[in-house]
Each structure stands twice: as C-alpha cells, then as structure tokens.
Design a protein around this ligand. Structure first.
Ligand SMILES: [Zn+2]
Length: 446
C-alpha cells in the first residue's frame, strides 16, 4: 500500500462534517491508492466503503461502466481487486528488445458468454522479414494483436489471477502463472557481443533520453511490486533464415552495461514457463539474449490528420504514432516528433530491425530551410508522386546501416518527406530512387 498522499487539509476529521456530494467528489479525484487507504483509516469514512456509487465512478475512469460482464460482482470488488492495481497498465508500452523493440498493449476485454471480462495484454505483430522480397511500393500493414497475458478474476472467487496466454507455444490449453513487475529506473543499457568484433558494442539507448517525447508521462503510477534483480535466463531471439546459408551465421549476444542515459521506471513481464519471454519479433540475425526486456509507457493519443495544404496544417499535426513500410523488413512503428525550436521533424523508430534498430531516428527533416531539388530529383518526384507531386515536402537525411548497426556502417543519405495525405506520408530515398509509405496509426481495428 502506498503512503497516504492527500492534502493535509483533507484530514479525516474535517471530512466527517462534509456533505456527501463533496465527499464523493474528493474521493473520486484522489489517486486510487489513496481512496482505498483513506476509506480504511477513518471510522466515519469506512461507512462509504460499501457505497457502490464511489466505486462506480472510480471504475468508469478505466472504462468499466457495467458489472454484467464481470459476473455481476460489485464495482467495489472490480475496482479494489482488479482496476486499482492493474488499470494503470491500460494503454501502449514500448519494449527495449535489442534491434527489434516490441509494442505491448493492455486493454479491457469485454469477455464473452464463456469468459468474464478481464484486462488483456497483447503484443503487436507484423509479418516476418523477407530479405529476398524488396516489395518497395506497399502500404504498411496494420498490426495483429497476439494475446499474451491475462489479468482477471479466478472463476468463483474475488482473487485476481495473472496467466500467460501461451502465445509462443501456440497451445492455448497450457497457460501458466505469469507476473508483471515494476522495475526501477536504471542506467543499464544493452551492449552487444559478437564474433566479428573485439569489444562489446553499445547498442542505442532506449529511450535515448529521459525527455524522449514518446514516453507517456501522464500514465498513473502502477502499484505493482518492484523487481530488483531480474533473473537471467539465456534465450535466443531472431532466426537464421536457412536461405541465407553460412554467410549469415551472424550471432550476437546481449549484455547489460552502464551508459550515460537514465532510463525511467518501467514494467517487465514473465511467465513460469517462459512463454511471455519467448514471444518477440523475428529478426534475420540471431541474438542470444539473457536480459529481461523493459517496457516503457508509450504515448498513444491520435491527432486529427489535416490536409497538407489546409491553412491550419502545421508539422505538429504529424506528431504521434505511425506505421512505416521498410521493404524487406515489413512494417515498423515510428513516433514522429516535432521540435518547434529547431523546426525539425524526426521519425524515431519504436520498433526496428537488424540494420537500423529501435530508438534510432529513421529520418530527420528541416522545416526551416528552403529545399532545392536538382532536375533529376524533380523528375524522380514527378515519377513517384504522380498527380500528388505538388504536395508539401521537406528535405533531410535518413539513417541506413549494414546488419548489426556497427558504427562503421552507418549512413545518412538524403531523403524527402512528402506529406501525401492527412494520415499519410512518403519517405523518398533520393539516392535509391524509391518511396516508402507511412500511415498514421489511428487506433485499433478489430
Ligand atoms: Zn506460460
């Protein structure tokens, strides 16, 4: 239980003479932990403990408006046993898995005739990388949602149970007890070891700074127990595509080490049989990992898309979560950030690949400098954009790399960012002569 953090003016003795309506208002505006604490410390307030109205209002904050799908349990039970503790998980989380990253989403599942409502955590999944299929001119895919962890009432009791959904095993019958922990801030970052380099190589920090704009700072604190020292267990992620043969026996191992960047508090997931840990995006290189991934709260709000030529359009309207097409790597998630001071737009990778990993800007363009196109580039734009060639464009650089993101292999070739629609943009790689499509993530499509 957390410490009581209410205004000293609202001590129980003065609350006792307060009208009911105001008490309700006070209680329902307090952080969840404080309500539970306050109601259990004051004798007068304890009489409100069975007042469903309070618990109904509090439950509504997490989207629960009806008890039917919870087997008609009282709101008090739904709130104090489930929502108070696990409700703050609802929303998107960005995992720090080396290279790939991972997106995790907690949502309220409405249940069915056979199952009660619960909170469910799902991984976003896109199709596997297909290195021999360039497939440049494709729209990004929408994610598929893979149920991973379920938080709900055990049948016939008021006890909450956390179980894995056994996604990696594919066997839905075998579910195990799973755990969600709070992990403290850390300066640890990922370092890579491999046959091809002499010393450990620092992998990009994720997040790159405590000010990373994709971090959701408004997410309420989560009253979960803290895991201090994760138990290392060695597992491999990524596959060696048999088609690559011996040339691709490229194996890396992940290690923890200190970096200059403090990463904020996060959560971690585990299952007694490693199912949750085994579910991760596919790479085309093999990475031996003994590090428990951390998940950071990810801003998920969706801004209204505007036509590029509308008067009220500004680069700020692009801020948020986008899905980008990366040819052979398939779809990856980006967070577009607008820096008003420098007038730069940056597409930061939240998920990545063995060439350009998560946490690294995929591209950066300037909205300040006028751009000039050579005749050749103008012809390329006309050819790629067709009748949309007059759209708003910005010039900048992209990020490229060979497999492994080794510093000697980084490149920053010129790109154009073309605003091709209210929720669409294209990244034109001028040297390559092609455009990759991006779409704003406008929320869940079931
Ligand atoms: Zn499991």
């Amino acid at each position: 239980m957390t410490e009581l953090a209410v205004d000293p003016a609202i001590v129980p003795s003065s609350i006792e003479r307060t009208p009911y309506d105001i008490i309700i208002e006070i209680l329902t505006s307090l952080p969840a932990a404080d309500v539970v604490h306050l109601l259990s410390t004051s004798r007068t307030l304890r009489s409100y403990y069975n007042d469903e109205q309070i618990w109904r209002i509090l439950s509504r904050q997490f989207g629960v408006t009806d008890t039917a799908s919870f087997n008609n349990r009282p709101f008090r039970i739904i709130y104090t046993c489930l929502l108070y503790k696990y409700g703050p998980l609802l929303g998107l989380w960005a995992g720090d898995h080396a290279f790939s990253g991972h997106v995790l989403e907690f949502r309220l599942d409405q249940g069915s005739e056979l199952s009660e409502s619960c909170i469910i955590g799902e991984f976003w999944r896109f199709r596997r990388p297909q290195i021999f299929h360039m497939d440049i001119d494709k729209p990004p895919e929408q994610p598929r949602y893979i149920p991973t962890i379920r938080i709900g009432f055990a049948p016939g009791t008021d006890a909450v149970r956390i179980t894995c959904c056994a996604p990696a095993n594919g066997a839905q019958i075998n579910t195990h007890q799973a755990h969600i922990h709070h992990v403290e801030q850390t300066t640890n970052g990922v370092f890579l070891g491999g046959d091809s380099f002499m010393a450990l190589l620092q992998h990009p920090d994720f997040p790159r700074s405590t000010d990373a704009t994709w971090l959701d700072r408004r997410r309420p604190p989560i009253p979960l127990s803290t895991m201090t020292a994760p138990t290392p267990s060695r597992r491999s992620f990524g596959v060696i595509n048999p088609l690559f043969g011996l040339a691709w026996q490229f194996v890396m191992s992940v290690h923890l080490g200190n970096t200059d960047v403090v990463k904020p508090r996060a959560i971690s997931l585990s299952c007694d049989a490693d199912c949750v840990e085994l579910e991760f995006p596919t790479l085309s290189i093999r990475v031996d990992n003994s590090v428990t991934p951390r998940y950071y709260p990810l801003r998920g709000e969706v801004r209204q898309g505007l036509d590029g030529w509308a008067e009220e359009w500004s680069p700020a309207s692009l801020v948020g979560l986008w899905l980008g097409w990366y040819g052979p790597h398939g779809t990856e998630c980006l967070f577009i950030d607008w820096n008003e001071e420098n007038e730069t737009l940056t597409g930061i990778k939240l998920t990545g690949d063995e060439n350009v990993p998560r946490g690294v800007p995929s591209w950066e363009v300037s909205a300040k400098l006028p751009y000039h196109l050579s005749t050749e580039e103008e012809m390329l734009c006309a050819q790629i954009l067709g009748d949309r060639v007059a759209c708003r464009k910005y010039r900048g650089t992209g990020t490229t790399s060979g497999a492994g993101f080794l510093p000697s292999e980084h490149g920053h070739p010129p790109i154009l960012l073309a605003i091709t629609g209210p929720d669409e943009l294209g990244v034109i790689w001028l040297d390559g002569g092609f455009m990759l499509q991006n779409m704003r993530y406008t929320g869940r499509r079931y």
